[in-house]
Design a protein around this ligand. Structure first.
Ligand SMILES: C[S@@+](CC[C@H](N)C(=O)[O-])C[C@H]1O[C@@H](n2cnc3c(N)ncnc32)[C@H](O)[C@@H]1O
Length: 367
């Protein structure tokens, strides 16, 4: 098994600080390495940058994140290791995984508790009794419910000694069949006059984000147009509202989360929109090769996993000008403390503040 010291690991998206692994990864790798499991029988869940997949040379990764999948495949390639088969969070495990592909499960605790519970419940439906599930997370990211959730869905769970601010849990799948947990949430959109659902790992599952609401209030100042992109769409609230106000004939929704794309799709299908809607699961618009838009709407992310990171939003905004027609514009909402103005001024010829309150600013930047 290649050790960290022998691996060349980088983070994707590239950031200036931090390493591409942490002590939760080390605990998982150490514990998995101590077990004689064939590599193609190990299922890795939620690997963040690829440390676990590279060190264990696992055959299958289960993740919600396009960014994580890119990071993992890049690091495997960088270290001349075989690529991993990616199963998305929206793939039902029982339909996509044979029993001998998950004789050992090696899992990082994800950020959202509902998503963690969803994943454990899916695992419980495919693992045979006796299968070991290793779970680790950094202490500051663990909930008091971590061990009891594992115990509830998998079976008897051991909480190991903490090391370097991280904790390992090991569980043995028992014979019980716990009830499946969907983790989905829903809220009612008054403008759309419909409920909007969100799968377990989607942003603002049960309540509309106040930043999104502020952006929606500015939409009626925008002129109707041909093509609109909802960049970082989450459950699709912004794009669907733009469509319902008659702002576009064609709408593209993109997000890096597989569950966000699936939720946006489900909400579109439930809606009365006449708009032609398509979807892009990717790192913003980086690999998008479709027609340029007249308008891009965005409530940008400012977290990368557990970390607050302004750079995540800046990267997305920097991609926008290349995907707009001449005269097209980007309209975004930002928390007042987030400094997006320099990147907007660098990429666009005209930048205007079209609304503000005590928390948020809505910027319009024209190409
Ligand atoms: C602040 S939320 C906004 C969601 C939705 N538009 C709303 O207003 O409720 C940001 C979204 O950005 C997505 N995201 C983060 N990084 C991304 C990237 N590189 N490419 C595409 N989407 C990304 C997240 O998955 C999340 O859904």
């Amino acid at each position: 098994m290649p050790h960290f010291d022998k691996l060349n690991l980088r983070q994707y998206p590239p950031v200036n600080r931090g390493q591409a692994f942490n002590s939760a990864d080390s605990l998982l790798i150490e514990a998995a390495g101590a077990r004689p499991t064939p590599v193609d029988a190990t299922l890795v869940v939620n690997d963040e940058f690829g440390a676990v997949c590279c060190a264990l040379q696992a055959a299958t990764l289960w993740t919600d994140s396009y960014l994580a999948s890119l990071s993992v495949q890049n690091n495997l390639r960088r270290n001349k290791l075989t690529s991993v088969k990616v199963l998305w969070s929206t793939d039902t495990l029982s339909e996509n995984l044979t029993r001998n592909q998950c004789e050992l499960v090696v899992m990082r605790v994800p950020k959202q508790l509902s998503y963690f519970e969803y994943q454990l419940s899916q695992l419980s439906s495919v693992l045979t009794a006796g299968t070991t599930v290793l779970v680790a997370g950094m202490d500051k990211h663990l909930s008091p419910a971590t061990a009891s959730l594992i115990e509830n869905y998998i079976g008897p769970t051991e909480r190991h000694r903490g090391k370097h601010k991280a904790r390992l849990f090991s569980a043995c799948r028992d014979e019980r069949s716990p009830e499946l947990f969907s983790g989905s949430g829903e809220y009612h959109s008054d403008t759309l006059n419909q409920p909007l659902m969100s799968l377990a790992n989607v942003f603002a599952r049960e309540k509309m984000d106040i930043g999104s609401l502020f952006l929606l209030e500015s939409l009626n100042t925008l002129a109707p147009t041909e093509r609109v992109i909802d960049l970082a769409c989450g459950n699709g609230i912004i794009g669907l509202t733009a469509a319902s106000l008659g702002l576009c004939k064609n709408l593209l929704m993109c997000d890096e989360s597989a569950m966000a794309i699936a939720s946006a799709r489900a909400n579109t299908e439930r809606s009365a929109t006449q708009c032609n809607v398509s979807y892009h699961h990717g790192d913003g618009l980086l690999e998008y090769a479709g027609e340029p838009a007249n308008l891009i709407l965005c409530n940008p992310p400012f977290h990368l996993n557990h970390r607050v990171d302004e750079g995540v939003g800046r990267r997305l905004l920097a991609q926008c000008a290349a995907h707009l027609v001449k005269g097209g514009s980007l309209c975004l909402v930002a928390n007042r403390h987030l400094n997006y103005l320099p990147v907007l001024k660098r990429e666009f010829s005209m930048v205007e503040k079209i609304a503000q309150n005590n928390k948020f600013v809505v910027w319009q930047a024209r190409r």
